[in-house]
Design a protein around this ligand. Sequence first.
Ligand SMILES: Nc1ncnc2c1ncn2[C@@H]1O[C@H](COP(=O)(O)OP(=O)(O)OP(=O)(O)O)[C@@H](O)[C@H]1O
Ligand code: SF4
Ligand SMILES: [Mg+2]
Length: 428
Amino acid sequence: MTKDPAPGETLLRVRGLQKHFPIRKGLLQRQVAAVKAVDGLDFEVRAGETLGVVGESGCGKSTMGRLITRLLEPTAGSVEFQGKDITHLNVRGMRPLRRDVQMIFQDPYSSLNPRHTIGTIVGAPFKLQGVKPEGGVKAEVQRLLSVVGLNPEHYNRYPHEFSGGQRQRIGIARALALNPKLVVADEPVSALDVSIQAQVVNLLDDLQSELGLTYVIIAHDLSVVRHVSDRIAVMYLGKIVELADRQALYTQPMHPYTKALLSAVPIPDPRRRNTKSERILLTGDVPSPMSPPSGCRFHTRCWKATKICTTQEPPLLQLGPGQQVACHHPENAEDQAPQDTELLRAAVDAISVVTVGGGPVEEEPAGAASADPVSADSVSKDSVSGDRGSRDAESGAPVSEAPVSGDAASVDSPSEDPGTGSRPGTDK
Ligand SMILES: Nc1ncnc2c1ncn2[C@@H]1O[C@H](COP(=O)(O)OP(=O)(O)OP(=O)(O)O)[C@@H](O)[C@H]1O
Ligand code: SF4
Ligand SMILES: [Mg+2]
């Protein structure tokens, strides 16, 4: 028997976690390539905390969630829960652990069996684990339904009779049935209407205080995890690029990718609604996880990329109190490669900067805004500020028809005061 960790102690430890999905072809089904969905993650989840995990679609968030709940077998690396290595436990070995580790799935529409009543769905974990709750399964399921804000009388109804938000509450009730220690919630609100996203996030928050749960909450939007996370991990193409305490991440992001994601988050402070801010729009597509870029995977879209970024992968280093970052030229911190100051040509084209705001803005509930700077449709070359021509790449040649700034200092995002963005030796 393992001892329960006290609040703040490590509950889950992940080392070098990888999941490569093989691509097979031909009659012999030979492996011709692999999707490197998760490609070397190192992090801990502390008892009682909420770890938010954010990143664009396809960066490996769900795969990570399924790996740490052992719904998927990792290609490499290790997962420890309460000090016990669970990386290769088989179904039988995992059975006792299933009570402690639960998952809430991304899509409340497809994750509930339409042929089962919600009583059967929420009561299934008791049956699977052979647990007989005091007072019987029905009474316990009805209690769980009222805990998540549903009418216990609806025990015999079917999933299609419920709205999206209610279905997600059913998924939460099912996850809580066996009184788990760790709940991994995979985009718990992304399929819901904006108006009810905040309700479900608040429900998760309340349940955590009442039941002493530990959460890993996955989202593609920094605004969803903002109010509920203690720490946040930012993922890009199967890697964690920044892992920081909430306060540090939102006020002093160090990784350029975090800074770009943050610039797309609406300003929640009504006193600053009239403030103009600049949105960083990353240009270009996210590279394929089958053949991620060499060196730093973000270098094809990073406005600060230099030569070293194309050849050397930056390690995840502790660069500030409670803040780990994988970047050669971080924001708000000492440059890790100060000898390499020449911007790459691709870096010059990596972003557009769009000025937004300046007028009254309606306050939006958590998760209301698109946090995907790539998909933002407000790109306007006229509104872009900066002087790209003055900071050309390796060639040093001036660049014409410049819609954007290649000068990292000009892509500052004042909405959250994330620092100067300057690069030693490259600024004028
Ligand atoms: N079973 C699978 N076989 C092959 N490739 C897969 C499999 N599952 C996921 N992938 C690929 O792995 C990558 C990461 O997928 P994953 O679902 O983990 O991303 P995600 O960050 O959760 O994205 P989203 O925000 O869209 O949910 C994607 O390129 C996806 O196509
Ligand atoms: S500056 Fe270099 S290492 Fe840092 S995120 Fe950009 S490309 Fe990656
Ligand atoms: Mg996903």
